[in-house]
Design a protein around this ligand. Sequence first.
Ligand SMILES: Cc1cc2nc3c(=O)[nH]c(=O)nc-3n(C[C@H](O)[C@H](O)[C@H](O)COP(=O)(O)OP(=O)(O)OC[C@H]3O[C@@H](n4cnc5c(N)ncnc54)[C@H](O)[C@@H]3O)c2cc1C
Ligand code: SF4
Length: 339
Amino acid sequence: MMRLPRFHYFAPRELGEAVQVLAGEEDAMVIAGGTDLLPNMKRRQQTPRTLIGLRNIDALKRLRNGPDFTIGSGVTLTSLVEDEKIKSDYRGLWQAAAQVATPHLRNMGTLGGNICLDTRCNYYDQNYEWRKAIDFCMKKDGEICWVSTGSKKCLATSSTDTAPALISLGAKVKLVSANEERTLALKDLYQDDGIHYLKRRKGEILTEVMLPDSSGLRSTYWKLRRRGSFDFPVLAVAAAIEFDERDNIKDARVALGAVSSQPIVCATVNEFLQGKRLTDEVIEGAAALCAKAAKPVKNTDFAPHWRKRVLSRIATYALQELRGDDMRETRKKIARQYL
Ligand SMILES: Cc1cc2nc3c(=O)[nH]c(=O)nc-3n(C[C@H](O)[C@H](O)[C@H](O)COP(=O)(O)OP(=O)(O)OC[C@H]3O[C@@H](n4cnc5c(N)ncnc54)[C@H](O)[C@@H]3O)c2cc1C
Ligand code: SF4
């Protein structure tokens, strides 16, 4: 049995108290649902001496309607899936949240934890003894990357389901520390580095996610995973498109998940789609550009070249769904559920 290491635990009721404790502790991390962090601690991948629990902070659990639709970082994935506005207006986010893990994990797991989810790699997601036996890697305790021994940086994969969906919807996030508060586009929170995958500053807590008005926007999220019941994505396509009254594309945002150390914003696809209608040829062209942007490496399920090839098929399904095609049976085949 893998046991947790010893740690101090704080359970503040106010955000102000949480950021003060975080600022004052040398080796501290925040914990929300704990569904990612606690297994990592058991495997000694993350070993904070202090944990600051966010579950008692009611201010982080609110959903608010206003000029932006605001979701507290402590809102659970189950609450997201049960929210009617998210289901109807931010469909891509709803589809992403509904495919994270299992119902039990979604009851505990939060949106903030999903956004800040640790990157994944077959050589890293193992217990301490396994990693010690082959020698540790640079993400924790070692110096080499076993995926690419010549690489100077860790190539672990961004595996969050909600981040690509949120990025395609144009989400912003608010980060609060003891000294300051800042808001940035979610896409700018990430960077292409498997160890330092977040540009979160020391002492910052992600408090809110802001989604712009969804009028006229159609969105979708498609994910491929090995197990149909539950699994992390091995590739994912999120797309949000605004059409004019003639079904020409006014604005398009496509983001890819699980094919790099950060969610990839497909700028070339977005430019390519501007002003066009979603004909079969246009969809084929956009899907090919998506596959070109993906950079899968050999550290997760399935061979990288196969993931890249299949990505264009998944992107095709996503765009066909946004065009209004009936994709329910294809969905059922891939996601094992109607979404
Ligand atoms: C069997 C299994 C299957 C899973 N499948 C999937 C899957 O298919 N897709 C998927 O995306 N995830 C999956 N997960 C991972 C996890 O369950 C979810 O990502 C979940 O949403 C994480 O949220 P949490 O609140 O539990 O995060 P936690 O474990 O509490 O935290 C995760 C990380 O985020 C940081 N953090 C949390 N909240 C904040 C905040 N407000 N501000 C700053 N940092 C914060 C923590 O310090 C930690 O580093 C799976 C996990 C398991 C065990
Ligand atoms: S990509 Fe390389 S450095 Fe990163 S976790 Fe995997 S083996 Fe370790």
